[in-house]
Design a protein around this ligand. Structure first.
Ligand SMILES: NC(=O)c1ccc[n+]([C@@H]2O[C@H](COP(=O)([O-])OP(=O)(O)OC[C@H]3O[C@@H](n4cnc5c(N)ncnc54)[C@H](O)[C@@H]3O)[C@@H](O)[C@H]2O)c1
Ligand SMILES: Nc1ncnc2c1ncn2[C@@H]1O[C@H](COP(=O)(O)OP(=O)(O)OP(=O)(O)O)[C@@H](O)[C@H]1O
Length: 338
């Protein structure tokens, strides 16, 4: 296995995650596999996080596997770097919810043995990417408002390099992917966002809302779910669009085929609009700007040790409650009252 590398993304703020990272390093040393730390937040290390995902992957020596140790946020950060190189990502759960992560720290050795001997399944997940009317920008001074422990701000995504395969959509193709969602949200607390939503370049509806969420099937269980949107099977090739607190009668979600790109345009008298990619601010739009959300060319590859258990995971991690009458009705007759 000499020459192969593991890229490690660690939630450094959590002692259990740092300890689990040591278990990965020990396993790698025993198997002559290199380890590179990626997405490191420490300012003493020169704000390595300020690179884009391609630079992170390159600096890490193009690992064969990205391992994340933390919660879902840590997993999303690792997935964006793994996706850049088309390599799999394995999530070790040291988080609060761990919806996206696959294993517990006690399973690290088993999982790494299985991955490097080709005994794992890869779960393909649709990712999202963006085209925009102009390259995204973040106004100066925003970082101070956002520095509440989420690490240094990522820069706005750069345009795709000229050498990349062209994207068949108008606008500037951006070098960015999201596993969960792209969120368009009012920037000022006191000013709703007025947004025109176009499906394949035809106006669908104009919204005055706190936010609009465009999610992948993976992201359908995150902000989209909190905003009342439907859960999509992760096996679907689809996008879901859900408004957040729209001040209008039509407040439903829309599920679209993956090739039906959604364009969101900031209307002329709207306040500014923040664009978040998997929960991280990556740009601020002014009136007249627009952004198209479309499926990325390459999917993410999530490492699975066991067959997909999406629905049981949903039931367990979200503590889904059964109807009390149904619980009573599911008892055997000899357990029933009276
Ligand atoms: N009101 C909300 O629910 C809300 C608001 C903002 C952002 N978000 C979500 O947070 C995501 C970023 O996650 P984070 O951990 O960096 O921020 P965070 O810590 O604020 O996460 C929000 C919660 O969502 C969970 N989560 C993340 N992705 C999920 C998924 N695919 N399915 C089920 N649950 C998921 C996390 O475990 C966490 O409990 C964004 O992509 C967005 O979807 C949710
Ligand atoms: N690499 C890191 N270095 C230092 N602190 C971190 C790091 N990653 C996360 N944190 C801290 O943990 C907090 C939660 O971050 P985040 O929501 O991204 O974690 P997570 O991986 O999703 O775990 P959880 O499931 O607990 O939310 C952040 O506000 C930050 O204070």
């Amino acid at each position: 296995m000499t020459g192969q590398r593991i890229g490690l993304v660690v939630h450094e703020g959590r002692a259990a995650a740092v300890a689990a990272a040591e278990a990965v390093r020990r396993w790698a040393a025993d198997h002559s596999i290199g380890v590179s730390d990626i997405d490191v937040w420490e300012p003493s290390l020169g704000h390595q996080r300020r690179r884009n995902a391609g630079d992170e992957a390159e600096a890490a020596g193009h690992p064969a596997l990205v391992v994340t140790i933390g919660g879902d946020g840590t997993f999303l950060r690792g997935a964006r770097i793994a996706a850049k190189d088309g390599v799999p990502v394995l999530g070790v759960n040291v988080g609060r919810v761990g919806f996206l992560t696959e294993i517990e720290p006690t399973e690290i050795d088993t999982a790494l043995d299985a991955f490097f001997s080709g005994r794992v399944q890869l779960d393909e997940r649709l990712m999202l990417t963006l085209c925009a009317s102009r390259p995204l920008e973040i106004p100066g001074g925003m970082e101070a408002l956002l520095r509440y422990g989420r690490g240094p701000l990522l820069p706005p995504p750069p345009p795709l390099p000229r050498t990349a395969e062209p994207v068949d959509r108008p606008g500037v193709a951006l070098d960015v992917t999201a596993l969960n969602d792209i969120v368009f949200e009012k920037l000022a607390r006191d000013r709703q966002a007025s947004l025109g939503v176009y499906l394949d370049e035809t106006l669908f509806a104009s919204y005055s809302a706190d936010a609009l969420v465009v999610a992948s099937p993976t992201g359908s269980t995150a902000y989209n779910f909190a905003a009342g949107g439907p859960i999509l099977s992760p096996r679907l090739g689809a996008l879901v669009f859900t408004p957040v607190a729209p001040h209008m009668v039509f407040n439903r979600s829309l599920v679209m085929a993956a090739d039906e790109a959604v364009t969101v345009r900031v209307l002329e008298q709207s306040g500014q609009v923040a664009v978040s990619v998997d929960g991280q601010l990556r740009g601020v739009l002014d009136p007249g700007d627009w952004v198209t959300v479309l499926p990325a060319r390459e999917p993410a590859h999530l490492v699975r040790l066991r067959p997909s258990e999406f629905y049981s995971r949903l039931r367990e991690r979200f503590s889904l409650a059964d109807a009390p009458a149904a619980v009573a009705d599911s008892r055997r007759p000899d357990q029933a009252d009276g």
